[in-house]
Structures are given as structure tokens and as C-alpha cells.
Design a protein around this ligand. Structure first.
Ligand code: 3EB
Length: 306
């Protein structure tokens, strides 16, 4: 994944999937996110899908080009991806990213692009729930040009436990004031790997200043940042993992491979300062100046604990 200044649809390059996502504005530095394996990998393409697999893990990416109305093409693309994952035997999808161009703008019918996207995604999950299981941890976030880039990770033998945050209504149960179909994702995935001596991993979804189903601390960047960090702390805490019979819990200083999405460039300095205080000094952190999926959300944070 190359987070960069333009969009370049998924391709295979030297046998590896490569995707350019328009998530970095002209004033900021592009960066690469590379998913590695130490096993031999096979790769392929099928229509818009590009993937690589190593026998235990599958990486798959696809792009839905600009549409007047997204729901049908999104549903078709998601279903094609589920079908591929199922056919290759990677039925446990544990983490997804959805980078939605102009996420809070309206489509040709006057519906917000994010709500439109959520309908197609929800229909695909409904149709495939018996074969690909529950909804995974995910990110749904703005991108800087039209179209929607999606990528995901799935496994064969590992065990994925999907976590919720007791302070937040599960997103898939949000009331319809936020859109005709609720967002299809879990707050985090706890992944138990099959390889001997492998560490377990928590993939934390994009997390924002939402309590119950409501945005809190309106127009208050410090408040939203505190609430967002608090939500992650609760989600990864010993108590919350105990509810699922797993692990000893994690602290915010255990979070790594962090993406901090900030809606307004003017908030970047205060967000960076606060994040430098709470994240570990060695944590890998990137800051992205993009829209969040509700117009009143100023910040969203994702990461990985291991
Ligand atoms: C929220 O909690 C904030 O639609 O896949 C976060 C993570 C959010 C994922 C998604 C949306 C998504 O509702 C937004």
C-alpha cells in the first residue's frame, strides 16, 4: 500500500500487489505500508481483485471507481472479494480498510457517499455471513479523490475473535439516523496465530469520539482526542479482553503501526503533541489530513497491539 498524492488502482508488480491510495496531500510526505511474510507467496489478479497468499494469510485489494451511486458496485466488488477468499480457503477475514473518496459529500441521489457505501457493504456481508463469518475490525475513512479503495487481510487456521467496546454501541447496531444500513465492522479483532511461538495480535479499528452511538465533544479537538484514546484504552484493556476469555490486556503504549486521521489541518500540531505524550516513543505513527465519516468527527485513530 502506498499512501501518496494520487490514486493508482491495484496491480501486481514483481509478483506483489501494489496499490496507490490518494490519502496524502501535496504538503505531506508519501509513505508505504508493506505486509510481509517469511513464507513463499503466490499472487494473482481476477477482474478488479489483486491478491497474494502464503498458505495462512491472504492480502487482497480492490478499487471501486467513481460512481453516481455506489451501493450496487460496492456490493458486487465485496461479493467478488468474498468469493475469492472463500475459494482460496481464507475464510477468516480479520481486518479491512475502506478509503472512501469525498466520504461526507452527496452522491447523485443526494445521499452521503459513506451511507451509500455502507448499504452495499452491508448487503454483501448479509449474503456471505454463513461462509465468511462475522464482520471484522475495519477502517472507514475519507480519501482525497473519487472512488473507493478497499483492502483486507484474512487467514485460514488462525482464530479471529471480534471485540466490541462496552462504551460504544456496536457499529452494526447503530440506529438508522446514521444511514439506512449500519456500518459493518467490529471494534477490534484479536488474532490468535497458528504458528508455534507466534504472538497474538489485536487489530484496533478506526476509533473516534463516539459514546453509545453519538459523537461527543462537538467542535472540541482536545476532548475528541481524549475520548478517542479513552475508547481505545477501554477496548484493549484487561477487563474487556477478559470478557472474551483472552489475553492479559494492553495499554495505549502497546499500540503500534498507528494511523491518526485528522479532518482539519489546523489541528495537526495539537494532535501530534498529545499523541507524542501517550504513544510509545518507538511507535510507528503517521498523520493523515483527511475527512472522517461523520462531518462532526475531527479525529480517528487505528493501530495494532502485539
Ligand atoms: C465509528 O466508530 C467511526 O465504516 O468501516 C470507524 C471504523 C468508523 C470503521 C467503517 C467507520 C468504519 O462509527 C467511523
Amino acid at each position: 500500500m502506498i499512501y501518496q498524492h494520487t490514486s493508482e488502482p491495484p496491480v501486481l508488480r514483481d509478483g506483489a500487489p501494489q496499490v496507490g491510495v490518494h490519502m496524502v496531500d501535496a504538503g505531506a510526505e508519501p509513505f508505504a505500508e508493506v505486509w510481509l511474510t517469511d513464507k513463499p507467496a503466490r499472487s494473482g489478479t481476477l477482474d478488479a481483485l489483486v491478491w497474494a497468499e502464503d498458505g495462512e494469510y491472504l492480502f487482497c485489494a480492490f478499487r471501486v471507481e467513481k460512481q453516481a451511486v455506489y451501493r450496487q458496485p460496492v456490493r458486487a466488488a465485496y461479493e467478488a472479494a468474498f468469493e475469492l477468499a472463500d475459494r482460496l480457503g481464507y475464510t477468516k477475514i480479520f481486518r479491512m480498510w475502506n478509503l472512501v473518496g469525498h466520504i461526507t459529500r452527496d452522491n447523485a441521489e443526494g445521499m452521503e457517499n459513506y451511507r451509500d457505501f455502507c448499504i452495499g457493504r452491508a448487503e454483501a456481508f448479509e449474503r456471505w455471513s454463513s461462509r465468511i463469518g462475522s464482520m471484522p475490525a475495519a477502517t472507514g475513512i475519507g480519501a482525497l479523490s473519487d472512488g473507493i479503495d478497499c483492502y483486507f487481510l484474512a487467514c485460514r487456521e488462525g482464530k479471529a475473535t471480534f471485540l466490541e467496546n462496552p462504551l460504544q454501541t456496536p457499529a452494526y447496531k447503530y440506529p438508522d439516523q446514521y444511514g439506512p444500513k449500519s456500518p459493518s465492522f467490529a471494534r477490534a479483532t484479536y488474532l490468535t496465530q497458528v504458528e508455534e511461538h507466534a504472538t497474538n495480535i489485536v487489530y484496533v479499528s478506526g476509533t473516534a469520539s463516539i459514546i453509545g452511538d453519538e459523537t461527543v465533544c462537538l467542535e472540541d479537538i482536545d476532548g475528541q482526542l481524549d475520548l478517542t484514546i479513552g475508547n481505545i484504552e477501554t477496548l484493549i484493556s484487561r477487563g474487556n479482553l477478559w470478557l472474551h476469555g483472552i489475553g492479559d490486556g494492553y495499554r495505549i503504549a502497546d499500540l503500534d503501526f498507528i494511523k491518526v486521521y485528522v479532518r482539519d489541518a489546523e489541528h495537526l500540531p495539537v494532535v501530534r503533541a498529545k499523541c507524542a505524550e501517550v504513544f510509545a516513543a518507538h511507535a510507528n505513527v503517521v498523520y493523515l489530513n483527511v475527512d472522517v465519516c461523520r462531518p462532526d468527527l475531527l479525529v480517528e485513530i487505528e493501530g495494532i497491539c502485539r
